[in-house]
Design a protein around this ligand. Structure first.
Ligand code: ZN
Length: 444
């Protein structure tokens, strides 16, 4: 096959995917359910919903059958803390930025996410929240935006991380009123619970059905306990921008980190890119918190999806993708992640030694429970939304389905590459490419 033909086919595939019509079944997959991986079972879908997981023999002749070639079939991944990709972020309230980010994450098996908005001037935050609402009211191709995660602006200056210090404030200044006018679009709000006015903010958020979350904080464990009394229940990126134990005279005073590891009433996010945290710390978080309260997040910046050495902006600062992670030019500090959530599951399995079903649960069912959508998302179960990701052995996404429609299919050149990797002959590769193309027709 000539390079030109191959490129043309790849281009076509990006735009043309055969959409299933009527009831269909995904066959020949290793189906990752919340508690086990099963084979010889088909995931049956009709319209926007999963009908169930059933034996192949029980499928009627009228059911369209799609062979997934032995790949993993999982519930679509859910990323509840993600800023951007490919040079764009959710801090840009434009269709182009939101489309770029959501489509790029869909290409990595992410079917839903929270548009995560970092600290910025208040009018900008309001604009981003308003735009998120508008975006959610219309159908789009990429990962579904389930709401906003507002990361800021009420943070501890000592734990600001990459958040813009010029716009960090305290929640007793009256400004929560302005932000909470947008409460219907907010799913998570992260703040430092030790700040003046933070307990009142916690109670307001809980009352509005928004998940109160702690982060970028210098809290002591007693501050966390008090906030939990007021409704705090979630913690963002364990170890990153968290206070930890200090000595006061002879006495040790635990910080937010230890509270995160120990308090059972909290759900917790972990950036499992093997850059922010070494394997020992990831294992420690897993041992303390477990797969049903610890969820995987990308915290991906606009640097995600950009090549090594690419520069990207975060707030008013410029950073670089270095060694697969966002980095300050002087290499003194990390500046956000460049890893998509699908790449974190194999890290947990291969590097940390966590069972595959648990690693996948941490990127599906657990985040769905954190934001209260587990009744309709986060697992391959009858009645849930047909949000499905199909992965190769290394968790490269082969196809992504959102609400019963294909949102992404790997290109022909990708298919040829995997054939070559698998040591197949050119004829076999051509045959695979042909079969792949034969399923393509107009995007209905
Ligand atoms: Zn973040």
């Amino acid at each position: 096959m000539s390079v030109i033909v191959e490129e043309e086919m790849a281009k076509m595939t990006n735009h043309i995917i055969q959409q299933p019509k009527g009831r269909f079944a995904l066959l020949n997959g290793r189906v990752i359910l919340p508690w086990q991986v099963v084979t010889g079972q088909a995931v049956v879908v009709e319209g926007q919903k999963i009908i169930g997981v059933a034996g192949v023999d029980s499928l009627g002749a009228e059911v369209e059958k799609i062979d997934v070639g032995g790949r993993y079939v999982t519930s679509g991944l859910m990323d509840i803390h993600v800023h951007g990709a490919l040079g764009c972020t959710f801090n840009e309230p434009t269709p182009q930025a939101f489309a770029t980010v959501t489509e790029e994450h869909a290409q990595h098996g992410v079917t839903s996410l929270l548009a995560t908005i970092a600290t910025a001037p208040l009018p900008d935050l309001v604009k981003c929240l308003e735009f998120t609402r508008q975006w959610m009211s219309e159908p789009h191709k990429g990962a579904q935006v389930l709401g906003a995660h507002l990361e800021g602006p009420y943070f501890s200056m000592a734990q600001k991380g990459a958040q813009d210090p010029q716009n960090i404030r305290t929640p007793d200044d009256g400004t929560p009123d302005i932000l909470l006018e947008q409460h219907d679009v907010l799913k998570i709000m992260t703040y430092a619970p030790e700040l003046p006015g933070a307990l009142a903010l916690t109670a307001r958020l809980a009352g509005l059905g928004i998940v109160p979350a702690a982060g970028h904080s210098s809290a002591r464990d007693e501050d966390v306990r008090a906030a939990m009394q007021a409704g705090l229940r979630h913690i963002i990126h364990v170890w990153s921008s968290q206070s930890s134990t200090v000595r006061e005279g002879p006495w040790r005073k635990p910080g937010l980190l230890e509270a995160t590891l120990v308090f059972d009433g909290l759900t917790v996010e972990m950036i499992a890119d093997n850059k922010h945290l070494p394997p020992t710390l990831m294992k420690l978080a897993y041992k303390c918190i477990g797969p049903d309260r610890l969820c995987l997040i990308s915290d991906a910046t606009s640097g995600a999806g950009l090549p090594e050495g690419a520069r990207f902006r975060l707030g008013g600062m410029e950073y670089e993708v270095h060694d697969g992670v966002g980095m300050m030019f002087d290499r003194s500090s990390l500046a956000g992640s460049a890893t998509f959530v699908n790449r974190m599951a194999p890290i947990l399995v291969d590097v940390v030694g966590i069972p595959l079903v648990e690693a996948v649960r941490m990127a599906t069912r657990t985040p769905a429970r954190v934001i209260g959508v587990a009744d309709r998302k986060g697992s391959l179960e009858a009645g849930k939304d047909a949000d499905i990701a199909i992965f190769d052995d290394d968790f490269t996404a082969w196809r992504t389905m959102i609400g019963g429609r294909w949102a992404y299919a790997a290109t022909v050149s990708y298919e040829l590459n995997s054939c070559t990797k698998a040591g197949k002959t050119l004829t076999q590769s051509r045959k695979a490419a042909k079969e792949f193309l034969s399923v393509l027709c107009a995007f209905a």
